[in-house]
Ligand binder design. Structure first.
Ligand SMILES: [Zn+2]
Length: 587
């Protein structure tokens, strides 16, 4: 027996077989029933959504000798001839290969003769946008004065390429892209009829790669069957689809996203490696990741708005929704937006760049460093902001821009979880590195005093530097590098700051204006009776916040580098770790 591809075998033969184009079917059926058949129809829409199938079924209905309520009987000789592409009165032309003026001229000669039998002669021109301009002009002459028995059905995926003069003479129908749910439903019907078992995840995976086209979905199913052989097993799961089509499974996409959100760089690099080695299309992989990011965005949006969300409304399986909700648990909209920006930019590159794998790796790593990028961006904006705050603003002109260049952004400088001083409604985020006129948290607020008095020296100092950074980033950066000592005797507090002797920081801090400003800030924060000493002997003081950060970073780096997954990655890539991302280490 001749093997007939499933896509061909299951091509819709009657209006009832069509999936998702009810609006078109309804109008065409009515046109036949009411005898209001137009001379030219234009079917627009993506490939594989049923345009030529509808054209053939419509042709059958027009020419059927025993129609039932305006619909073809599928039994008469005319219906069978059309189904087998044998009818001389239904002419199918491929616009892509017959696009010249000669083809249209011979068509016009042909049109002049009426139908051999029956009332209508039907011309179906597929990919009509491929016709040349002169061919369109020749066609237009026929469309202007069509013989009464002729019906043209044009199909196109690119309606914008068709001249307005042609468009205005056609009745136009927009064919809809099919939803994943519609494709899944139809695939399941076919699978049942063909006595093939395919797991739900497998069917979903086929549908997700069909890209809204039922024909593509059926062709992919054919491909799976061919891969395993016609006489082989007829029971498949998602893994079989992955193997046969050389595509990525849903687990890879979701794993990729949770690794991005979990900032698991070794995991991400391993995933990209696996995808690359197994020959997957990285662009396609990235596109599916972006699609899942979109879904994740909607899930987070619904969560934040406390509104329900069904898997049907997202056109995904219930399990997919559960997975997304799990991934979404600790995710914010803004993070997804930024990840999507990075990913879509990368998808553009993946089509043409010489090293697609490297491009995707960089994008993946960038996506894990969103918090840091934000800090770096605001940090880079600092010199401009400082420059605009001239002497007129009452800031000391000596505020040394070079400090910015020399100091690192205080990466782990997160505000202590103490309540925000006065602006309690203000969210406590990372320090904002823009020069602000606004005093955030009035230092004279007695609650500040209470906090600084009760807190241990380290926390109190951190709180102080944080307050200064908000008002005066440059001065704050200087204090961030200061070793410090806080001693209390009764009500009097002595604060000693120390920088390495002869260092840049020491010179800056001992400059009159800066020194005065440090003292003023200390007094407003710790109380008027605070005594300030600037020392150049750092040994007896506590290490600076910068030194503490570096120490902690070193410890975490050592821990991270000895982690088995990192060692494994180093081994796989034969690479050295050049940077350890310390973001989000509490999480
Ligand atoms: Zn018939």
């Amino acid at each position: 027996m001749e093997y007939l591809a499933i896509a061909r075998k299951w091509r819709p033969q009657e209006f009832g077989d069509l999936v998702g184009q009810a609006h078109v079917v309804q109008t065409l059926k009515n046109a036949i029933r009411l005898g209001r058949v137009s001379h030219a129809y234009l079917f627009c829409g993506a490939r594989g959504v049923g345009k030529t199938s509808v054209a053939r079924i419509f042709a059958k209905s027009l020419r059927c000798t025993q129609p039932i309520d305006g619909v073809a009987c599928h039994k008469c000789t005319e219906c069978i001839a059309i189904a087998e592409s044998r009818s001389v009165d239904v002419v199918e032309i491929d616009g892509a290969s017959n696009n010249g003026v000669e083809a249209v001229r011979s068509l016009r000669e042909n049109v002049a003769y009426g139908a051999a039998t029956g009332a209508y002669k039907i011309y179906i021109i597929d990919e009509v946008h491929m016709l040349s301009l002169s061919a369109f002009n020749a066609l237009l002459k026929t469309l202007e004065e069509p013989p009464p028995y002729v019906v043209f059905i044009f199909a196109t995926t690119e309606v914008q390429k068709i001249p307005q003069t042609i468009l205005s003479r056609c009745q136009r129908f927009e064919f809809r892209r099919l939803t994943q749910g519609q494709i899944v439903e139809r695939l399941n019907q076919v699978l049942t009829a063909e006595q093939i078992t395919l797991s739900e995840e497998g069917v979903r995976l086929l549908a997700s790669h069909a890209d809204g086209s039922l024909r593509d979905g059926l062709s992919l199913l054919d491909q799976v069957l061919s891969y395993f052989g016609p006489s082989g097993n007829r029971t498949f799961d998602e893994a079989a689809v992955v193997e046969a089509l050389g595509v990525h499974g849903t687990a890879e996409i979701r794993g990729f996203l949770s690794d991005v959100l979990g900032k698991n760089i070794p995991g991400l690099l391993t995933r990209i490696e696996t995808a690359y080695v197994s020959g997957m299309d990285l662009k396609n992989f990235a596109e599916h990741c972006l699609e899942d990011l979109r879904l994740l965005y909607l899930v987070v949006l619904a969560r934040d708005a406390r509104s329900g969300l069904s898997s049907e409304s997202l056109d995904i399986s219930p399990q997919h929704l559960i997975d997304l909700q799990k991934i979404a648990e600790h995710t914010e909209l803004v993070a997804i937006e930024r990840m999507a920006q990075i990913l879509s930019k990368t998808i553009d590159q993946l089509g043409w760049c010489a090293q697609p794998r490297f491009a995707l790796e960089m994008a993946a790593v960038r996506m894990t460093k969103l918090d840091r990028l934000e800090e770096m961006e605001s940090f880079e904006a600092l010199p401009t902001a400082a420059a605009s705050a001239g002497p007129a603003a009452g800031q000391p002109t000596a505020a040394p821009a070079p400090i910015v260049r020399h100091s690192q952004p205080p990466q782990n400088f997160r505000p202590a979880p103490t309540p925000a001083p006065t602006g309690a409604q203000r969210p406590t985020g990372p320090p904002n590195f823009s020069e602000s006129r606004e005093v955030q948290g009035d230092p004279r607020d007695p609650r500040n005093e209470m906090r600084s008095a009760s807190a241990d020296p380290q926390t109190a100092w951190k709180g102080f530097v944080e307050t200064v950074i908000k008002k005066r980033p440059l001065l704050g950066a200087l204090l961030y590098h200061a070793n410090f000592e806080i001693t209390t005797e009764g009500n009097a507090r002595t604060i000693t700051l120390a920088f390495p002797a002869g260092s840049f920081y020491e010179r800056q801090a001992s400059e009159g204006k800066n020194r005065k400003e440090i003292e003023d800030n200390l007094k407003t924060f710790f109380g008027p009776s605070t005594h300030f000493i600037l020392n150049n002997e750092p040994l007896r003081a506590r290490p600076s916040l910068e030194a503490a950060r570096m120490e902690e970073e070193k410890k975490l780096r050592d821990e991270a580098l000895s982690h088995p997954s990192v060692l494994k990655t180093k081994e796989i890539f034969q690479a050295e770790v050049i940077e350890v991302n310390l973001e989000n280490r509490d999480g």
